[in-house]
Design a protein around this ligand. Structure first.
Ligand SMILES: *[C@@H]1O[C@H](CO)[C@@H](O)[C@H](O)[C@H]1NC(C)=O
Ligand SMILES: *[C@@H]1O[C@H](CO)[C@@H](O)[C@H](O)[C@H]1NC(C)=O
Length: 500
């Protein structure tokens, strides 16, 4: 297959500059061959088994006390990240039709998608190729610059005085209540993205979950997390006994995957040059969309989502994981998401199957795919073409800059023979000293510019630098040597940094 980027007409020096990126891409998202989908069909459970009435659920009594709460958060912005906000809007619709009240669903989304000038359907957001609008009715609790780590944690804790901006809605829960948290975005080892800075570090999230538990204000909490390396947020960090059950899109060492991307099958409508969803996210949501959730357990959903997200164990899938109090997965989903009465006759059965997409796009490459499609589609010689080319080059040169400066820093600190080894996995958790990690990230960004979304993949490397006992001054010196100055591109701007 001819590589799409080959057609770019670029100065020779620039071509050499981006060669590494092109090679990387060729090896990853673009080289994926499509797969025959024959045989992957949706079987409605009612076709293969007699329906079971909703009143067999043993948790029903349990549910007669307490309120269901939900916190939904998309941690990104930008049209190329369309899918995260589409995921969150879709999740809202599931909870809403499940019977949760708006006052109990707290939504964080930047809200720059529906009316984005690039959105082919103004005011509409879809989460699958032939799907309807999921944007309508979504509460705008925390949008724009109010989508912050501080507000997210304050909402979880129910601490109104710690909020800045937003609707003021918080999880004002009591001891019999159940809480569902769903987070979708980019991530890296030990870190989750935000459309604002700083990003969210795993230890701060875990500390807040412990505080929430200590305050005695929930019965149980379910956390669904989509991000690259999302397993690293809980692995070795989330203790048992907090009545928390978490599942993640990927293990601690792999990326998660966007889906319904241009060029995939099934692909978005032709006017969309961005991915519409994420693989793990659409797997749980398309399952929840159609079933009677009174009869489906969290474990059943986990198994189904795990199968679908593994994408038949192809390299274009990830390993869905579960953490915390695993036995909570015997509970029915209904306790957290409610259930849509029109699904009463659609009981979950083990062999029901949803189609796997033929390909998926590594979350880290989804932005490149978007910029490339935009470039490819723009008329020759148009200002749009020029603009798209600039965006594509900006994002690629940012990647090259991050890759090269990390490599140099490794070599400076540990020598050419040992530097590359620092990228390897130490075990879990990532670091013991999170303050060291944060400080080294800040030090790097001061000299080299923002890590941005792409740079999150280096968190393990920086964590290993901490684990090796490197001090701030050594890191500063190595960073200053590796980066003569902060590159001028928008991706390097410190406004996009981890550290405020
Ligand atoms: C709520 O947040 C405020 C401001 O950050 C803090 O001073 C206070 O201790 C917090 N309250 C609780 C109950 O955690
Ligand atoms: C479920 O099936 C029963 C029995 O066939 C029927 O009376 C009921 O209307 C169905 N419910 C829904 C929501 O389709």
């Amino acid at each position: 297959m001819k590589h799409p980027l080959e057609i770019l007409q670029l100065p020779e020096t620039m071509m050499r500059y981006i060669a590494g990126v092109v090679l990387y891409l060729t090896l990853s998202s673009f080289a994926v061959e499509s797969r025959d989908l024959a045989g992957d069909v949706i079987k409605l459970p009612s076709e293969v088994t007699e329906f079971i009435r909703g009143d067999t659920d043993t948790d029903t009594d349990d549910d007669s006390v307490g309120t269901r709460w939900a916190v939904l958060i998309a941690g990104s912005n930008g049209y190329w990240n369309y899918r995260h906000q589409a995921d969150v809007c879709h999740a809202f619709q599931i909870l809403k039709s499940g019977g949760l009240k708006d006052e109990n669903i707290i939504v964080f989304m930047y809200d720059d998608i529906a009316f984005n000038s690039e959105n082919p359907r103004p005011g509409v957001v879809i989460n699958k190729p032939h799907g309807g609008d999921v944007y309508e009715g979504v509460p705008k609790d925390y949008t724009g610059d109010d989508v912050t780590v501080g507000n997210f944690l304050a909402v979880l804790l129910g601490n109104k005085t710690a909020l800045t901006g937003g609707s003021g809605k918080v999880v004002d829960s009591g001891p019999n209540d159940r809480i569902f948290v769903y987070y979708t975005d980019h991530g890296g080892p030990g870190v989750l993205g935000m459309p604002t800075n700083p990003y969210l570090y795993a230890n701060d999230l875990i500390d807040v979950l412990k505080m929430k538990h200590a305050s005695g204000t929930y019965k149980s909490l379910v956390f669904y997390l989509e991000a690259c390396e999302s397993g690293s947020i809980f692995e070795g960090l989330l203790p048992e006994g907090l009545n928390i059950y978490a599942t993640t899109a990927s293990n601690a060492e792999e990326s998660s995957w966007g889906t319904y991307c241009p060029g995939e099958y099934p692909s978005p409508p032709p006017e969309y040059d961005t991915c519409l969803g994420d693989l793990y996210s659409v797997a749980w949501m398309e399952d929840s969309d159609i079933h009677n959730l009174r009869t489906e357990s969290l474990k059943q959903q986990y198994e189904l989502v795990k199968r679908r997200t593994s994408n038949d164990n192809s390299p274009y899938g990830s390993h869905v994981m579960q953490y915390g109090d695993i036995e909570l997965n015997k509970k029915h989903i209904f306790l957290y998401m409610g259930t849509n009465p029109s699904n009463d006759n659609y009981t979950f059965v083990e062999d029901n199957s949803l189609p796997s997409p033929s390909r998926a796009v590594n979350q880290r490459d989804a932005d490149l795919l978007h910029f490339w499609h935009k470039f490819h589609k723009a008329p020759e010689g148009s200002p749009r073409k020029f603009e798209a080319q600039k965006q594509l080059l900006d994002v690629m040169s940012h990647r090259t800059h991050i890759d090269q400066s990390m490599k140099l820093i490794g070599n400076i600190l540990f020598g050419i023979d040992n530097g590359p080894g620092m990228l390897s996995v130490r075990g879990q958790p990532l670091v013991n000293d999170w303050d060291c990690l944060k400080m080294l990230v800040r030090t790097f960004e001061t000299h080299c510019g923002s890590l941005s979304q792409y740079g999150m993949k280096y968190m393990r490397f920086i964590g290993n630098i901490c684990n090796a006992g490197i001090r701030k001054e050594q890191m500063a010196e190595a960073s200053a040597q590796a980066c003569v100055r902060i590159p001028p591109g928008s991706w390097s701007s410190l406004h996009r940094g981890f550290s405020a």
